[in-house]
Design a protein around this ligand. Sequence first.
Ligand code: UDP
Length: 373
Amino acid sequence: MNKKPHILFLFSDTGGGHRSAAKAIIEALDIYHPGQVTTEMLDFFVAYAPPPFDRAPSTYAHMAQVPNLWELGYKLSNGKYRSKVVYDGLWPYIRSAAKDLVNEHPCDLILSVHPIINTPILRTLELGLKPYVIVVTDMVSTHVFWYNNDATLTLVPTQEAWQRGIEIGMDEDRIEVIGQPISDKFRHPTAPKAQLRSAFGWPHDLPVVLMVGGGEGMGPLEDVVRAVDRAQLDLKLVIITGRNEALQRNLEKKPLTISHEILGFVDSMPDLMNAADVIVTKAGPGTISEAFTAGLPMVLYTRMPGQEEGNVDYVVDKGAGVWAPTPEQVVETLRLWIENPEIRAQIALTSKSLARPDAAKNIADKIISMVKP
Ligand code: UDP
């Protein structure tokens, strides 16, 4: 029997978005092309990066809490020639790790959902020997590291990300808008909204507001929660603290007085979003794309400097949400939307209209066509 084509997914847990994107594509391969390929996910930082870079996933949340430092690193490297200088400088340190990675993970196609790994692997691979696909998981203000004409195909979430690629010098026939891959479960929740709410024990007569700070529970989420609590808004808060255990402990230590629920890291985001009425979130690309599919109006309370700045403009300009960088602005937006359900309903419709729920399936279809014998 012929061996099935093997797909290697390169990702890293610097934020939850890269892992979610890779998992969504693997899920789509399993659903729409069952048994056709084998897959493997590799956190290349943890497995191959020389110290101290191997600790990137565990330090990401801390580094990202120092916005100026993050912004500086992001901007210093974000130019076509500056990025070449960065990689040329690092090359002596990472060359053998890149070679080991390629040799120790034989496969028929490599799919990367992370900007940093592409240049080292493309420098190592014998060009044209196997397809290398890049799935860009930043929406608008995409870092130059994402783009490389040596990749077989680059798939981007928005027209804006496509335009940026073209300006950087990508060939038009190597880059395509496909959307952000999100789990199929967002468009196929396990039950209709009313049933999900009953199952969660949520009220049917009060707006339910999800609050989430990405996979790591980032940004001043506690300040926002406390401000909403002080304002005694007529809603139920569902706070998802992600991997931020300290945040969860702090919230539980000093109880809130309005109707609420505090959850840690959840695996049920698709059902939670489909059951909720509004989401207050960091401007992460994964969460935003998922919220579009669930048709949720968004209050963006924070963003990572650099790669998430464009996401805010995207959501606000298209009319799917509001930028509210202070707890008071979050409170005022929620108050407006509670008092004017028709405004909320209009924004929900706009949000839904921006969804690309087929992205993961379309990427899976492309992969299959590229590895078919
Ligand atoms: N997420 C999750 N459970 C949680 C918190 C977040 O599954 O408890 C998922 C969320 O649905 C999204 C991803 O983590 O798919 C977060 O990605 P995003 O791009 O929004 O932000 P990042 O974590 O990368 O900064």
